[in-house]
Write a protein that binds this ligand. Structure first.
Ligand code: BG6
Length: 473
């Protein structure tokens, strides 16, 4: 045990996703993904999801920060910071360009062989998400995304190919990134990135909701099949769920606010309930019944869910949300006790400790914080230095709470991988200027820049944090 109280083999690293940093959107036979048809947006300007790639549009993920060609340099910088793990995803379309092929694309598989070998050269353990907002566009246009049961087999085939190929180079896996974002089914971006559901005809809320539950069900079945198979391929694999954890605080002590917050927590976290417990929680079964929702859930599916429960809970934590009862529904309200970022995300370090306690009590499983961080604008000084105390303050405050949860609350936590350890394309806005990194990348929102990498102040700070295993913050 070290001075901080964290285990000596605690996993310290950083997290990214293939579509947000790799670029090389057509390199090595890669196919088009849903992320490749998303234009650049901005704060409060949603990204458009176009019908295929359209001339004259700006698609920031096409070239991103070109990790595809810079991965050696970037992993070397991660090693310099002291990472012993690195979370990224495998772009599904590098392995299966359309998603429904029988045979995988060797060039894509080889790319990740090289990336993982480079990590191991420095003692960095890859932590891999199979599906992080980048499903093949062909599955979206031809099958309607996850609304089609056949997509289960395509995903499981993709998972099998990856598990077999990287049997000895990857131990930590997650199936679907932030699978629960789609709870907000009126948000075009969230349903498209999670499930490849694209609504172009103003479908009403009831239709969207029904399709979202159907797609989600197929995803949890696919996830369970993958978990079961992964354990057969290598019993040492640790395969987790990955949810976005945003605690929903009641706006007041009014019982109606407390009840609505609890009900909305049930609706927000049932995905991990199913993945951890192997069954739907009763509240959701009741909700389906009352709302006339009849997802295609077979008796066989229910057995699959039981057989493929996850080994750990991976989750992202950025902020909390506060809600109040509003008639029969609810509304999101500002929390006057919290400051917010430029992108209006509340900053709530204590919420991370709350999250760890809540998840521990609900699932009794080990956990990994696989995303956390502050998107902010950085300024490069004349001498090339980048002073980012706001990022250090945010991360320090969150790591403090994380360590308290381990030492004082006894939660079992395997690791911490803050988001966007190197600047990359923002998922929500498509911007480069919303930066999370310890490493600055010279590229702006219009795509100008020479892609040079440089160390921010936070780079040296995080290096010290890792060196002292969290004792010196
Ligand atoms: C999570 C995603 O939602 O948050 C990442 O898993 C994403 O892909 C991150 O980048 C931060 O969100 P944003 O919109 O600031 O990029």
């Amino acid at each position: 045990m070290s001075k901080s109280g964290l285990a000596a083999d605690f996993l310290w690293g950083g997290a990214v996703a293939a579509h947000q940093l790799e670029g090389g959107w057509q390199a090595g036979g890669k196919g088009l993904s849903i992320a490749d048809v998303m234009t650049a947006g901005a704060n409060k300007v949603p990204r458009k999801i176009t019908d295929g790639v359209q001339a004259g549009e700006n698609y920031p993920n096409h070239s991103a920060i070109d990790f595809y060609h810079h991965y050696k340099e970037d992993i070397k910088l991660f090693a310099e910071m002291g990472f012993n793990c690195f979370r990224t995803s495998i772009a599904w379309t590098r392995i299966f360009p359309n998603g429904d092929e029988a045979e995988p694309n060797e060039a894509g598989l080889k790319f990740y062989d090289d990336v993982f070998a480079e990590c191991h050269k420095y003692g960095i353990e890859p932590v891999i998400t199979l599906s992080h907002f980048e499903m093949p566009y062909h599955l979206v246009s031809e099958y309607g995304g996850w609304r089609d049961r056949r997509v289960i087999d395509f995903f499981v085939h993709f998972a099998e190919v990856c598990f077999k190929r990287y049997r000895n180079s990857v131990k930590y896996w997650m199936t679907f990134n932030e699978i629960n974002n789609q709870m907000d089914y009126m948000n075009d971006f969230l349903v498209a990135t999670d499930s490849g559901l694209v609504f172009r005809n103003n479908e009403d809320a009831a239709t969207r909701e029904a399709l979202m539950y159907q797609a989600s069900h197929y995803e949890v079945v696919a996830s369970a099949l993958a978990v079961k198979m992964g354990h057969q391929i290598n019993p040492d694999f640790k395969i987790g769920s990955m949810i976005n954890f945003t605690p929903l605080y009641p706006a007041s002590a009014k019982p109606a606010d407390i009840l609505v917050a609890e009900k909305m927590m049930q609706r927000r976290y049932w995905w991990s309930d199913v993945q951890a417990w192997g069954r739907y929680p009763v509240g959701m079964e009741a909700y389906f019944k009352q709302h006339g929702l009849r997802p295609d859930i077979t008796a066989e599916d229910r057995i699959v869910l039981q057989e493929g429960t996850v080994d750990y809970i991976g989750f992202s934590y950025y902020n909390s949300m506060t809600i109040a009862a509003d008639g029969a529904s609810f509304k999101i309200v500002a929390n006057p006790t919290l400051e917010t970022s430029e992108w209006d995300w509340p900053i709530d370090p204590l919420g991370l400790r709350y999250a760890l306690n809540w998840l521990q009590d609900r699932y009794h499983l080990p956990m990994m914080i696989v995303e956390n961080g502050l998107g902010a604008r950085d300024k490069v000084e004349a001498d090339g230095s980048i002073h980012d105390p706001y990022r250090i303050d945010y991360l320090r405050a969150h790591i403090e709470q994380m360590i308290k949860a381990v030492n004082e609350d006894g939660v079992e936590l395997w690791g911490y991988t803050p988001w966007g350890c190197i600047d990359l394309v923002s998922a929500g806005t498509g911007q480069m200027s919303k930066r999370y990194g310890f490493i600055y990348v010279d590229k702006d929102d219009e795509g100008n820049g020479i892609l040079a990498r440089s160390r921010k102040d936070s780079f040296y700070w995080y290096q010290k944090v890792i060196q002292t295993n969290g004792a010196d913050l």
